[in-house]
Design a protein around this ligand. Structure first.
Ligand SMILES: Nc1ncnc2c1ncn2[C@@H]1O[C@H](COP(=O)(O)OP(=O)(O)O)[C@@H](O)[C@H]1O
Ligand SMILES: [Mg+2]
Length: 224
């Protein structure tokens, strides 16, 4: 059982007249078996919230709890290990390695983390669902925005993390692909008992989510 919780999280950037409160008093919980969507316009704090959830940046105040433990209590090494084992990111920058082909991006995962990656049959299914088989020998700079996005989703799922955090995973996709990705995010959460959290401005994903939150000017409210 893995859970990820935010308690009373605030994030402030800058000081004086440059001061920006990106997040105010956020309470949030992501659970196994659920697809949670956070919807908000540009600049509302979505990426800040997601990167704090995944430990890529620290909050100004408040607590991040991974499996009910305050992450501040873990040593950096232990936290790094827990993240590698538990968390898969689909970031806006896509985090693909530019000099590796799509296939090699997956091979790299196997080198860093040898065990408990996706079985080859599950991987085959994902490759077909995301329609990226014909891209396996291409390099990231040969892919369109939508293709890159689909590869980045597969790349995040490949190590079998118990938590998947996705930042605008459908921004570059047409509606038929959005439906597939929405169904997939829902299925991963339910069939594989993972916690899936997606931040987006894409209203098209709402139907697939178990819970929907709205983020406006750094203030989070639960809608569903
Ligand atoms: N590193 C940073 N330094 C200063 N301001 C930042 C930084 N990151 C984000 N912000 C500000 O915080 C607010 C929320 O940003 P962000 O989380 O990227 O929103 P979203 O992902 O919803 O577009 C914006 O006003 C943005 O300019
Ligand atoms: Mg963003």
């Amino acid at each position: 059982m893995t859970s990820l919780k935010l308690e009373n999280i605030s994030k402030v950037f800058g000081a004086g007249s440059n001061r920006v409160t990106a997040l105010s008093d956020i309470e949030f919980e992501a659970k196994n078996g659920e697809f949670t969507l956070i919807i908000g316009p540009s600049g509302s704090g979505k990426s800040t919230l997601l990167t704090i959830l995944g430990g890529l940046q620290t909050p100004t105040s408040g607590k991040v709890l991974l499996n009910d433990q305050n992450v501040e209590n873990y040593t950096p090494k232990k936290l790094e290990y827990l993240r590698l084992k538990n968390i898969g990111f689909v970031l806006q920058s896509y985090n693909l390695v530019p000099y590796l082909t799509v296939q090699q991006q997956f091979d790299l995962v196997t080198k860093v983390k040898a065990t408990n990656n996706m079985s080859s049959s599950s991987f085959d299914t994902v490759i077909d669902q995301l329609d990226i088989r014909s891209l396996l020998h291409k390099y990231p700079n040969e892919l369109s925005g939508g293709q890159t996005q689909r590869v980045a989703i597969a790349r995040a799922m490949y190590p079998n993390p118990s938590i998947i955090l996705a930042d605008e995973p459908t921004a570059a996709l047409d509606s038929s692909r959005v439906i597939k990705v929405g169904e997939m995010l829902h299925d991963i959460a339910h069939a594989q008992n993972k916690a899936v959290v997606t931040v987006t401005h894409d209203q098209r994903l709402i139907d697939y989510a178990d819970h929907v939150y709205e983020l406006v000017d750094g203030i989070l409210s639960q809608q569903k």
